[in-house]
Design a protein around this ligand. Structure first.
Ligand code: HEC
Length: 123
C-alpha cells in the first residue's frame, strides 16, 4: 500500500463523521427548522426549541404549550425514543400536536441525531 492510500484510510472515519453531521444539519434545515429552532436564541415557534433535546424530558420546555399527550407521555428523549418518534410521531405519542410524515431511514435518522447531539445547551 502506498503512502497516499494509507493516509486516506486513516482519515476516512473522520471524513465520514463530518459528512454525517453536515447531512444531519441539512436534514434539520429542510425537515425540522420550519417548526423547530436551535441555537443560543432559540425560542418556541410552531414547535418547542430543540437545544440539548437528547436527555430532556418530553414536554418540558417552559415557553411552549405542549399537547397533554406529550406532557403526560413520561418519555425521556434518547436515540431510541427519538428514532421511534420521528418514524411515527402519533404511534409513540398518540394525540401529539406534531404533524410530521415520518422519517424511517436509519442513516438519515442517525445523521440527524448526531447533529442534534452536537448542539450545546443554550443556557
Ligand atoms: C409541522 C411542524 C413540525 C415539524 C416539521 C417537526 N416538528 Fe417536531 N414538534 C412539533 C410540535 C407542534 C411539537 C409539540 C408536540 C406536542 O406537544 O404534542 C413537536 C415536538 C417535537 C419533539 C418533542 C420535544 C419536547 O420538548 O418534548 C421533538 C424531539 C421533535 N418535535 C423533533 C422534531 C424533529 C427532529 C423534526 C424534523 C425531523 C421535527 N420535529 C419536525 C412540530 C413539528
Amino acid at each position: 500500500m502506498n503512502t497516499i492510500a494509507l493516509f486516506l484510510l486513516a482519515c476516512a472515519p473522520f471524513a465520514a463523521s463530518a459528512a454525517d453531521l453536515a447531512n444531519g444539519q441539512r436534514l434539520f434545515a429542510s425537515r425540522c427548522a420550519s417548526c423547530h429552532a436551535v441555537g443560543p436564541s432559540a425560542r418556541a415557534g410552531f414547535g418547542p426549541q430543540l437545544n440539548a433535546v437528547i436527555g430532556r424530558r418530553a414536554g418540558s420546555t417552559p415557553d411552549f404549550r405542549y399537547s397533554t399527550a406529550m406532557v403526560k407521555s413520561g418519555i425521556v428523549w434518547n436515540d431510541k425514543t427519538l428514532a421511534a418518534f420521528l418514524d411515527a410521531p402519533g404511534d409513540l405519542v398518540p394525540g401529539t400536536k406534531m404533524r410530521f410524515w415520518g422519517m424511517s431511514d436509519a442513516k438519515q435518522v442517525g445523521d440527524l441525531l448526531a447533529y442534534l447531539r452536537s448542539i450545546p445547551p443554550a443556557r
